[in-house]
Design a protein around this ligand. Structure first.
Ligand code: NAP
Length: 489
C-alpha cells in the first residue's frame, strides 16, 4: 500500500463517511480525538447507506463516494443501515467488495474497567475473516418455489491471501500463534481449501505456532478458554459469527473495532451497526469506532498518534470517571460526548496496567494481480448432475431417469434429496421435497462425456421433468472434483 493522497497542506486525505443512526456521533468522537492527537489528516466527507438508498440509488453508494475512495484509498466509516424495503444489497458489503478489501481484522482484547465474566483472564485475540467470498457472495437461487440454494464459492487465491494476511498480521503485532478455523471435515472442497492453503503457507512462517480447529469446536473453545488464542483465521461466514462472539467476551459491540483491508483500499469501521434506537441520544459507546480509528492511524504509518490515542482510551477506562451507559448504566453514564472529552483530556497519559503492543506495518501478501488460473495436467468430464423439479415419488423418479439412460453412454448412479441418496431404493427416512438431484455417470469410467452427449441427455430429461441447473462432474488430475451424496458409494 503506501502512496496515500497528500493534500497541499501536507496532510493525508481520508474519506469520511459519517453513516446512519449512531454513526455520526461515534464518527464525530473519533474525528475529534484524532484531530486532538495532531495526526496530519484532512477529511473528505462523503455519503453512503440509508440516505443514499432513499435518494433512489439501489447500491446505497454514491459515485462521488466511490471516486473519493479511489483517490484516498483510506476510509473512516460509520455504520450504514439498510432500510427494509430499499436496496437489495447492504451498502457495507458493496463497499468491501467494490474495493476487494479481502481481509476483515477484528481484535478482541480485555479492557480495564469493563467487567465481564472473563475479566482477569487476559483475552487478547484477533479474528481475521475472509471478507469477499463464501456464502456472503450472496449468489442465491430458488430452485423451486419451496427450495432455495446459496452458492458457497471459495477460491484458492482468496484463501491463500487471507491465510497469508493472518500470518503477516501475527508477525506485525509480535504474536506467536495463528489458528485456522474451518469446517473442512464436512465441506472438504470449500472449507477444506482454507485448511489446505493454511497448512501450505504455514511452512513459510516457522516462527509461528500454527494449528487447525474445526469451527464448531472453535466456538466452544472460544467460550471455554479464549485466552489460548492469539490470531484466528477463517472463512467469511464463520468469521462473521465468531468475531461477534469474541466481541461479547470483552464487553460487547461497543468495544469491537475492525478494519477491512485489501491491496488498494483500507476501511476502518466498528463491528456494530447503526443502532437506530439510540441515534442522537448521546448515550452510545464510541470506543469501537475510536479503536477502529487507531487501526487506521497505524495503517497510515502514524504509530505515535495511534499509541497516544489507544493509551488515552485505556487510561480513561482504567480511571472509570466518565463511562458510557453500556458499562455503568443510565444513572452514572457520562454520555458519548462526556466520555470523548475525557479521552481527549487524557491524551498523553499512559495506563497503569496496560501495555500496547509493538506494532510494525503489516506486509500485505503480494500475490500476482493477474487472475489465478490453477491448471490441472489432466481433466475428464465423467458425468453430470441434473437438478430436477418433481412432485412425484422417489421410486417413480428414479425409474423414469433410468429409462432415459437406457441406450445412452451414461447410467443413473443415484438420485438424492437435499444431499442424501434416495435412489436406488434404500431405507433412508428422508423427508422429501420437490427438488432432486439426478447423478449420471459414464458407463466407461475412463471415457469423456462430450457437451453434445450432455445436452442430448438434458433434453431427454427435460421431456419428463422440469430442471433448474446442471453441474458437470469433472476429475482433475484423476481426483474427483465433486463430492458424493450421503449414502452414495
Ligand atoms: P446494531 O446496530 O449493531 O445494534 C444491536 C445492539 O448492539 C444495540 O441495540 C445495542 O444493544 C448494541 N450496540 C451496538 N452498538 C453499540 C455501541 N456503540 N455501544 C453500545 N451498544 C451498542 O445491530 P442491528 O440493530 O441489528 O442493526 C441496525 C442496522 O445496522 C441495520 O440496518 C443493519 O443492517 C445495520 N448494520 C450495519 C453494520 C455496518 O455498518 N458495518 C453492521 C451491522 C449492522 P442494547 O440494545 O442491548 O443496548
Amino acid at each position: 500500500m503506501g502512496n496515500f493522497h497528500v493534500t497541499e497542506s501536507g496532510k493525508t486525505l481520508v474519506t469520511l463517511i459519517p453513516g446512519d443512526g449512531i454513526g455520526p456521533e461515534v464518527v464525530d468522537s473519533t474525528v475529534r480525538i484524532i484531530e486532538a492527537t495532531g495526526a496530519p489528516i484532512e477529511w473528505e466527507e462523503r455519503h453512503a447507506g440509508e440516505r443514499v438508498f432513499l435518494e433512489g440509488l439501489p447500491s446505497g453508494v454514491r459515485q462521488d463516494t466511490i471516486d473519493s475512495i479511489r483517490k484516498t484509498r483510506v476510509v473512516l466509516k460509520g455504520p450504514l443501515g439498510t432500510p427494509v424495503g430499499y436496496g437489495e444489497k447492504s451498502a457495507n458489503v458493496t463497499l468491501r467488495k467494490l474495493f476487494e478489501t479481502y481481509g476483515n481484522i477484528r481484535p478482541a482484547r480485555e479492557y480495564p474497567g469493563v467487567k465481564t465474566p472473563y475479566s482477569g483472564r487476559g483475552i487478547d485475540l484477533v479474528v481475521v475473516r475472509e471478507n469477499v467470498e463464501d456464502l456472503y457472495a450472496g449468489i442465491e437461487y430458488m430452485l423451486t418455489p419451496g427450495v432455495a440454494q446459496g452458492l458457497k464459492l471459495i477460491s484458492r487465491k482468496g484463501t491463500e491471501k487471507i491465510v497469508r494476511l493472518a500470518f503477516e498480521l501475527a508477525r506485525a503485532e509480535g504474536r506467536e500463534s495463528v489458528v485456522a478455523m474451518s469446517k473442512a471435515n464436512i465441506m472438504k472442497m470449500t472449507e477444506g481449501m482454507l485448511q489446505r492453503e493454511f497448512v501450505e503457507a504455514a511452512k513459510e512462517y516457522p516462527d509461528l505456532e500454527t494449528w487447525h480447529v474445526i469451527v464448531d469446536n472453535a466456538a466452544h473453545q472460544l467460550v471455554k478458554l479464549p485466552e489460548q488464542y492469539s490470531v484466528l483465521v477463517t472463512t467469511n461466514m464463520n468469521g462473521d459469527i465468531l468475531s461477534d462472539l469474541s466481541s461479547a467476551l470483552i464487553g460487547g459491540l461497543g468495544f469491537a473495532p475492525s478494519a477491512n483491508i485489501g491491496n488498494d483500499v483500507f476501511i476502518a469501521e466498528a463491528v456494530h451497526g447503526s443502532a437506530p434506537k439510540y441515534a442522537g441520544k448521546n448515550v452510545i459507546n464510541p470506543t469501537a469506532m475510536i479503536l477502529s480509528g487507531v487501526m487506521m492511524l497505524r495503517h497510515l504509518g502514524m504509530f505515535e498518534e495511534a499509541a497516544l490515542m489507544e493509551n488515552a482510551v485505556i487510561a480513561t477506562l482504567e480511571e472509570g470517571k466518565a463511562m458510557t451507559r453500556d458499562v455503568v448504566g443510565d444513572e452514572k453514564q457520562a454520555g458519548t460526548i462526556g466520555y470523548t472529552d475525557e479521552i481527549i483530556k487524557n491524551l498523553g497519559k499512559k495506563p497503569q496496567d496496560w501495555k500496547i503492543r509493538e506494532y510494525k506495518p503489516i506486509k500485505l501478501p503480494q500475490l500476482p494481480a493477474a487472475p489465478d488460473y490453477v491448471k490441472a495436467t489432466t481433466r475428464q468430464v465423467c458425468g453430470v448432475d441434473i437438478f430436477i423439479e418433481s412432485d412425484s415419488d422417489k421410486i417413480s423418479i428414479g425409474q423414469s431417469l433410468e429409462k432415459i439412460a437406457e441406450g445412452r453412454e451414461v447410467f443413473l448412479k443415484m438420485v438424492d434429496s437435499r444431499g442424501t441418496m434416495v435412489y436406488p431404493p434404500n431405507d433412508v427416512l428422508t423427508d422429501n421435497v420437490d427438488a432432486w438431484r439426478a447423478r449420471f455417470m459414464l458407463r466407461d469410467d475412463a471415457g469423456e462425456l462430450s457437451d453434445a452427449q450432455l445436452i442430448d441427455l438434458l433434453q431427454a430429461v427435460a421431456q419428463v421433468h422440469g430442471w433448474s441447473h446442471v453441474e458437470k462432474l469433472q476429475r482433475f488430475d484423476g481426483e474427483d472434483g465433486f463430492t458424493k451424496a450421503q449414502g452414495e458409494d
